[in-house]
Design a protein around this ligand. Sequence first.
Ligand code: GUN
Ligand code: ZN
Length: 454
Amino acid sequence: SGARRRVLRADLLDFVADPGFVPPAEAPGVRHRPDHRVLIEGDRIVAVRPAAAGWQPLPDDPPALSAPELAAWAQVPEEDHRGRLLLPGFIDTHVHCPQLDVIASFGTELLDWLNTYTFPAERKYADPAVSQAGAERFLNALWAQGTTSAVVFPTVHKCSAEALFEHAAAVRMRLVTGKVLMNRHAPDGLRDDVEQAERDCVDLIQRWHGRDRQAFAVTVRFAPCSTPEQLVMAGQLAQGHAGVYMQTHVAENRDEVRWVAELFPSARSYLDVYDRDGLIGPRAVLAHGIWLNDEDRAVLRAHGAQIAHSPSSNLFLGSGLFDWPQAQQQGVNVSLASDVGGGTSLSMLRTMGDAYKIQALQGHRLTAWKALHTATAGAAQSLGLSEEMGRIEPGLLADLCIWDVAADEVARHRDNLASSLHERIFAWLTLGDDRNLVETLVAGQTRYQKKHAA
Ligand code: GUN
Ligand code: ZN
């Protein structure tokens, strides 16, 4: 009786420390456990055991796992993924649900792109039916890429946040979102006002924050779209409600940075527009942060805020090259994000591949270890959720993905020639996509499964 039990058998890969920007062979924190069993009960990981140990008691077993209990576990049909990788599900720290409608739109930089494609598309989410269908399509698409948790922008419409909360809560997926605040420099149908926005946010906090793995984020679109009065209100919301997040964009594009300087002449910098109203705290997630200065990075560090680095979007919109090692050296938390629809793929593998190339253009080298840590345990830690997700560990929720190392002939050939674990994993990360994904579990339940070829 009780919660459903599952036993997954595979090669486990997760991270117990930040591998940093050091050569792969010297990187700390890499935990590779070939041929292990993961015991899952209900939504949680109960134990992780080497398959070679069979069902004999081990010194590392949790106290509750007595010999009779182990005998009962031995009766659970094993899900045999030997030779495959089992990783924590990926965490995408900045992505726009409604922008699946404009992903892969041609030809513009940020400010034109917003006006030409994004704002018109987001207006449709005023319709609750569009919001509901969009949220469902979006979450399914995340799972189909191995993403099990996300920090999400909906639209200005309350119903768009509501729809995401409803669908994520129904499957107990860790999701951070909140209705977008924007009361100027946007078309009709896409602006709120300070008082109604505040009422909507308070209502969403009361009904969703802290429930079924949902968390509210004060969601400032970006400084140009909010009046100073709305930013003050946003700061009060962030300060006045324990545990809420804050998400926004900062210093993405040079024209944008110039515009912010014109709109807020008394601010020390773009980041300062947010900081002076109390919006920068340990739960602040700021997308991009390409054009910050040392003082800005010191502010982010002092508050424990994080930059959601969005490499695919930065390349696609021609925004610039984020210097990740510099941010790391100056003590800023950095997570990885798809930023769809500025980004061109929901795949965190593709996102990591793009991050590698952005660092390569600056003479840096991003290891698979650093990239994968950032997309799993690192993101969980910078979101304050490392006791809930990001590693394969007893007591954590079972947000897990099973991957084939190679999905086609070229990848198989390359894999056969690999002579170290990092070489194998780096080739998987670089060549892989959703064809490699076998199964996605969110809180212990299968939410995506690869269709077998006919
Ligand atoms: N800045 C303000 N809004 C947006 C957005 O939707 N996408 C990106 N990439 N940057 C933004
Ligand atoms: Zn964005």
